[in-house]
Each structure stands twice: as C-alpha cells, then as structure tokens.
Write a protein that binds this ligand. Structure first.
Ligand SMILES: *[C@@H]1O[C@H](CO)[C@@H](O)[C@H](O)[C@H]1NC(C)=O
Ligand SMILES: *[C@@H]1O[C@H](CO)[C@@H](O)[C@H](O)[C@H]1NC(C)=O
Length: 205
C-alpha cells in the first residue's frame, strides 16, 4: 500500500512538473496572472548555466555586424559611438560545432571615451535544453581589458520570470579546432520554482 502511495505521489509530482513547464510556455495574460497568484508559495533557487558564445564577424554569414557610428568614431581611440547588433549561437561546449542551446541577441555600443568599454543590451534566448523557450535579459558594462566581466541579469521570461542574477564572461583560452576563440559565459540566476514536496518514505506509513 505504502509503495503504491509513494508511486502515485511520484506520478503526481511528474504530472505537476509537466504542467508547470507547460504553464511557463503559455505567455497569455491569463497564464501570467495565474503564475503571479502562485508566487507566494514558490521557492527561489540558484540555477547555474555554463555555455559559449560564438561571434562570427567575417565571412558570408556574420552573426555580429556594425550598424551605426558617429563621424567622430573614426578618429576615436576607444571607437566611441560604434554600435553592433548580434545574433550569435550559444553552444554547450567551446567548439562552434558543439550542440546549440540558444542565441545571444541584442546590441552593444562603444560607450566609453577613456577605454574600450561597451554597453551591452542583450537577451539569451534559449532554443534547446531544459530552458527551451525561456529568455534572460542582460544589461551591463563590458571592459574589454578585464579577464572576467560581470553583468547584471535584469529579468527574464518563461522559467526565468522575475529572475535576478549575474552573468560572468571571459574569452575562452582552451584549445579549439577552428575559428575565433568563443566567449565563455557562466550564469548565476535566482529564479522562482514550484516548492519541492517532501517524499514520505515507506517507514512513515
Ligand atoms: C558627417 O560626415 C558627413 C560626410 O563627410 C557630412 O556630410 C556630415 O555633415 C557629417 N555629420 C556631422 C554631424 O558632422
Ligand atoms: C567538430 O569539428 C572538429 C574539427 O573541426 C571535429 O574534430 C569534431 O569531431 C567535431 N565535433 C562534432 C561534435 O561534430
């Protein structure tokens, strides 16, 4: 009996999780309101992600292209005023042919007159893996000359509704078989999850 109950509980949990996942895919006002109503019982969890961003700036299919500059940009030692738009693949591993899990989409501007310093306005758009269909929004300052750079995560959608966190990047220095070294990115994000239900063990019945 106890075993049956435990199995039923497991099944129920699986169903609850499936429904929860589906609920986050639903972007209708009704679904969003329902999500907010359940927020008081939700728990905050630290989720860590690790992936690589491939900026391709040359060839027939660049993923990162310049879209604007000021006249004075040409003579600026810090390229002040130059703006790029990007739609670059996010991969699980450092190689370009590694599994693609999303895109890094947005713009970055050369916003400093005293150093190479960028304003990033980007979304990580997840297209595969556990966060498929969800996004994270980044708004940050990138100092090119720092080894590691941290960026505020200012929000998200889907599984990352009301998320907060920090993304840290660095230029990957390990071996790769072709192309430019990718940007390695580690994300630390607090997001809301359904409360975990404690499974009661056989002995307790
Ligand atoms: C920028 O350069 C172009 C071409 O030299 C010139 O026609 C234009 O007036 C300049 N714009 C400004 C704001 O100086
Ligand atoms: C990726 O490409 C390299 C060579 O460019 C190759 O050695 C490797 O097996 C490829 N990996 C996959 C997953 O296709």
């Amino acid at each position: 009996m106890a075993k049956l109950l435990a199995m039923a509980t497991l099944l129920l949990l699986a169903v609850v999780q499936l429904v929860a996942a589906a609920a986050e895919d639903d972007q209708s006002p009704k679904a969003v309101e329902k999500w907010f109503k359940k927020l008081p019982s939700a728990e905050r969890e630290l989720t860590k992600l690790h992936f690589y961003i491939h900026d391709i700036m040359t060839g027939d299919h660049p993923t990162t292209i310049p879209i604007a500059s000021a006249n004075s940009t040409a003579t600026s030692p810090t390229r002040f005023g130059l703006v790029f738009v990007m739609d670059s693949p996010l991969t699980e591993g450092p190689e370009l042919n590694s599994t693609v899990i999303g895109r890094c989409q947005g713009t970055f501007s050369f916003a400093s007159q005293s150093e190479i310093g960028l304003l990033l306005t980007l979304n990580f758009v997840f297209t595969d893996g556990p966060f498929k269909g969800s996004t994270l929004a980044i708004l940050g300052n990138k100092k090119r000359d720092n080894q590691y750079r941290e960026y505020p995560i200012v929000g998200g959608s889907g599984a990352f509704r009301l998320a907060e966190g920090i993304a840290v990047d660095n230029t990957y220095t390990g071996p790769i078989s072709e192309g430019r070294p990718p940007t390695e990115c580690q994300v630390f994000v607090l997001r809301y999850v359904e409360p975990k239900i404690e499974l009661v063990t056989d002995g307790a019945f």
